[in-house]
Write a protein that binds this ligand. Structure first.
Ligand code: ASP
Length: 349
């Protein structure tokens, strides 16, 4: 049997080349056509490790983006491109810059909800073709996973270095190591070594009967990510809340969801923001752990002020999920109800 794979190349270091002249001669920039040409000529991509023939089609975005320039509109474009070709292909690969890869992988798990085919997001730390680049290996591994991932595990995942990760659980943990991503709050879906091994203990997702793609991006609404720190001023929340476009705040709180709740002004700023229809989702600052408001009085106070627990969601997943729910045109109350429930394995039930 032949496996048909669709590669969507959006940009990133993986296909960049040293550009420019003068002072900036060393800086990397996207190079149209370069990576696509290399991939077309990689003989390792023609066959899966199980011996199945692989055929692929490659779509190169114009312009190619450094992923720092990605926006929610870019997520919708990728989701729409997958939807258009969903029935033609057995699996999808999204080639992407590493800087915002975890955001896009999280977003795709919501905007392309319930895919029964693997959607593999990858990139590289070093550009294709430079000595010791990880680009070639990551591309080959992504092809193998897109062609062979067991159907019960098929989902939006990140294949990078030696790890296969659930897309909406991963975060960028290194700007220097080849294993640039990890999912500290969720087990690996698999490992890439001499063999590719899948984690049989991972709970399969229960996707909706029909795959649903959200092709609308939030146009006028915006979200803020705010990290609490010692000396945090309630004025930060107050001044953000004066922006009529602000629909949500991802609040990175201490420990299991604690904030400076001895500061009555902080709590009233949260209550006032909530009264304006701004959804406040609390995520945990520690890399491991889960928001449990009632562990401490300071956490309960946050809940009483109107904040919602993001449980063990990453900041990236909480942000992408908020954008997704806003794009559905839901009001604050409905968004809060849906934030509490997993959509695509992004949090514990
Ligand atoms: N700035 C690059 C990007 O995110 C970094 C990378 O790809 O590693 O597009």
């Amino acid at each position: 049997m032949t496996k048909n794979i669709c590669v969507i190349y959006t940009g990133g270091t993986i296909g960049m080349r040293a550009a420019g002249s003068g002072d900036e001669s060393e800086s990397l920039a996207p190079a149209a056509g370069f990576l696509s040409h290399q991939i077309e000529n990689m003989s390792e991509l023609k066959q899966s490790s199980a011996g199945e023939k692989i055929d692929f089609a490659l779509i190169e975005y114009a312009p190619l983006l450094d992923s720092s320039d990605m926006t929610p509109k870019s997520w919708v474009k990728i989701a729409t491109d997958i939807e258009k070709r969903y029935h033609e292909f057995d699996g999808f690969i999204v080639l992407h810059g590493t800087d915002t890869l975890a955001y896009t992988a999280s977003a795709l798990s919501f905007f392309v909800e319930g895919s029964r085919k693997p959607i593999v997001v990858t990139g590289s730390q070093l550009p294709f073709g430079v000595p010791r680049s990880d680009a070639r290996n990551n591309i080959v591994s992504a092809f193998q996973v897109a062609a062979e991932m067991p159907p019960e595990l098929a989902q939006v995942c990140v294949v990078f270095g030696s790890r296969i990760l659930r897309g909406n659980r991963c975060t960028k943990v290194s700007a220097i190591a080849y294993d640039a991503f990890n999912s500290p709050r969720y087990p690996l879906l698999g490992t890439v070594g001499i063999d590719i091994n899948y984690n049989e203990n991972c709970e399969p997702l229960t996707p909706p009967a029909e795959m649903r793609v959200q092709t609308q991006s939030p146009d006028n609404e915006t979200i803020a990510v705010v990290r609490i720190f010692p000396g945090f001023s309630h004025e930060i929340i107050r001044s953000l809340s004066t922006n009529p476009k602000l629909k949500g705040i991802v609040l990175e709180a201490y420990g299991t969801g604690n904030g400076p709740s001895g500061d009555a002004q902080f709590l009233s700023a949260i209550t006032a923001a909530r009264a304006k229809g701004i959804v406040i989702v609390v995520v945990a600052q520690p890399l491991e752990g889960i928001v449990q408001f009632d562990n401490y009085a300071v956490g309960s106070a946050l809940r009483q002020a109107g904040a919602v627990s993001g449980k063990d969601m990453t900041t990236e997943a909480a942000l992408a999920k908020l954008y997704y729910l806003i794009s559905l045109g839901l009001g604050a109350k409905q968004i809060e109800e849906r934030i509490r429930l997993p959509i695509s394995g992004e949090m514990v039930d």
